[in-house]
Structure formats: C-alpha cells, structure tokens
Write a protein that binds this ligand. Sequence first.
Ligand code: ZN
Length: 458
Amino acid sequence: MSFDDPIAALATYASHPSVSADPSYAEGMVAAREHVTRLLGDLGFAVEVIETPMHPILLATRGDPTWPHLIIYGHYDVQPADPFDLWTTPPFEPVVRGGRLYGRGVADNKGPQIVHMTALARVLAKNPELPLRITYLIEGEEEVGSPSFKGFLEQYKDRLDAEMVLVSDTGSPNPEQIVITTGLRGLVALEARFKGPRMDLHSGVHGGPVFNPLRAVSEVCASLHDDQGNVNVPGFYDDVSEPADWERKELLKMPQTEEDYLDFIGSPAFKSSPRYNALESVRFGPTLEFNGIGGGYQGKGSKTVIPSESFVKITCRLVPNQSEEKIAALVKAAISDRCPEEVTVDVEVTGGGDPYVVIPPGKPGSRGDEPELLKRAFDATERAIEESFGVSPIYMREGGSIPIIGDLKQVAGLDSLLVGLFTPADNLHAPDESFHLGIMEKATTAFEAIFKKLSGSS
Ligand SMILES: [Zn+2]
C-alpha cells in the first residue's frame, strides 16, 4: 500500500518536477498529477481530471451524499527550483538529511498532502465505511496565482455542497508550536503612471518651466502616509474591524518578541500605525506599500534628462471588513486628486482579493451558526494537536493572502480550517526546501484522530 511508508510516498511525489510557471516542465506536471491520482485511487476515491485553460484540477470524491461533507484543498504544483547551484542536493531527487526530507515542493505543498492522505489511509484501513464524505480539490496553478480556480468553483458549485474546507498550506513558527490560521489579509494592487512632456527632454534646454513627472510621483507617494505612520487616504480605515481582545492575547503566546522581529528584519527601527504594535500590525492592520517606483535614467553615471513619464506600483493589504473594490476606488481617487495639474495620471487596478477571517466557533466574535462539521473540526483539531504535539495550537491571523480561501467563501460559502504544517526553517520558495519529519509524523497522528472525530466516531 502506498502509505505504509509515507516518506517514500512523499519522495516519489516530490521527484516529479511540477513547476507550473515554466512550460518546459509540462511532463513533470502530468507525472505529479498522475501520482496524486494513483494515491487518491488507492484510498478509494473516484478521481476526475478537470481541464482548465492552463493546468487541470483534480476533483476526487468518496462517500455517501447523506454523510457530513468535507473538502480538502491542496496543490500539486511547485515553485521553480532556480538557482539550482544553491541546492545541497538536486531539488527533484528528494533525500533525507538530519530529520528532514529535502526537495522542491516537499513542504509547499506535497508533504502536508501526504500527511492528510496517510492519516486517512490509516483510518480507512480500520474502518473502510467511515461515514465521512470527502471531496479533494488539488489544483496545479497555486504558485502562479490560481487563475482558473474561481471559475472552476463557479462551474462545479453544485458538487461543493460541503460544510467546510481543510487546508494545510500555511505556516507555524517552529516544529513544536502549531498555528491554526484564522485570518488572511486581502489585497489590492494598483499601478499609477504620471505623464508630463511628450518626450524625454534636455534638463538644461528645458529645465525650469517643465514639471518633472518624477517630482509628481514623489509628491503623491509622500502624501499617502501621515507623520505617525497611518495610511493617509480618506476613508481607508472606515470599515476596519479591530481584532478581539482574545486575539491580541493569543499573539503573546507566539515565540517571538518585537525585538526578535526587528533583529530578523535588520531595519534600524519599526514604524507602524499607532493603532498596532509591530507584531499586531502585520496581522491585524491594513497597509499601503510602494513595491516599485521608476522613471528617468537608471543607468550608470548621470544623464541630464527630464523624463516624459514616471510610475509607481502599489499594493494594499486589507483586513476584515475592508472591501477590495472600495479600497481600490479610494486609493485611486486620492492619487488622482493629488496629482499636480501640470502632469496627468492614469491609475490602473491590476489585481486583488478580499480579506478572510474565521473566528473559531465558541470564541468571542464567532458567528454562532457555524455548520456542525466546522465546530467539530476546530474542537477535534485543538485536542488532537494538544495530544500529538504536547502543546495547544495558537489561533493566529496571518499577514499574507491566499485568494482561493476567499474564493471558497465567496462562491461556495465555505469556511476553512487552516492547520499550518510548514515552518520558516523549511525554506519555502527557496533553495534547500525541506519538510520536518517530526512534524510529518506528529501531524499524521493528529489528523488520524481528527478524521475519526469528523466522521462521528472516536
Ligand atoms: Zn502552497
């Protein structure tokens, strides 16, 4: 059986180079997909390969329509492995070293998938008729932004009449302390282009009367924060819902202080809105960041030029209950209003997603009308992690964004239980990615208990 040796199952899975961003890895994508199809088939799932404009999504099901229905999400694609020469051993030839399995994709996200599947295999071996309906959604475009996923959800909505989603594609601070992620920030991406003279001009012949587009972009950007560190866009904070007291307290359990964090970043000091300390700010606060500013001469030495245009790329991270569309409109208006009249500006919204939060059932601020399976899942997970790892999980919002979690909520009305199984030491998206075998073993034991509880057996 494939799951008697889970490390070998993971090593084989990770040996298929499924790099979704690079078309030269098309064969690796097929091989990884076929590998998961086989694994799910061994577990008794009926697997369908759903075509998309890019990489197919695997939709696999087991169980009776009358049973409680759980969706498990994962992705079979991985990040590119470059630069190859920084890997200690080749990225697609997984090997165990010092209690870790090394290889591209072993932590993000193939390892966590093997954890779920191995746990399920063990539960099903003892109880093949386990009364839990499970739908697996394993996509191949996560590392390129999941462009086909939302359309897929809309098209297959009637197959997704579940009570919740289980995802292990988030992080925990270290192998001893598991985090259950309860919120993700949303995103708005914009690009503003400032235009002045028709063409680049000689700064001696024309310097003086011409308003330089680089000055325009600088003045507008400088206006977008106030002296205290708040985002200076009218209405920006209007819909922000502040975290509950228990969430701020939960943060104190994290094994990291503001000083550790500053030390890790290496900046001389932090500056965040006075509403939040630095550790709160990355989880509970909304932001406006400049990701790139440009225009004019960027080469060596000097060039006496007044550039014809300049640009800035901006992203905002959003928190509950801010809306992607509303914030995009506010920022766009602020930039247009503040653009000096001697130049023109064109602001384009290039992407985004709404924030997501799930307050654990029973905690202050929770909905109260959560589906039975979701309640059972949070309860079972807290106990199983406690038992298997010896420490209770921490409930924590994360600063990043996973658009598919918001899509599942928006399209199918589903909340997600996000159990973090990778850690910073796993080097996600970087050379020498690895998966901690201790986490793998303990988490597998925990998920065995979780699947049993979800089916109503103990
Ligand atoms: Zn991932």
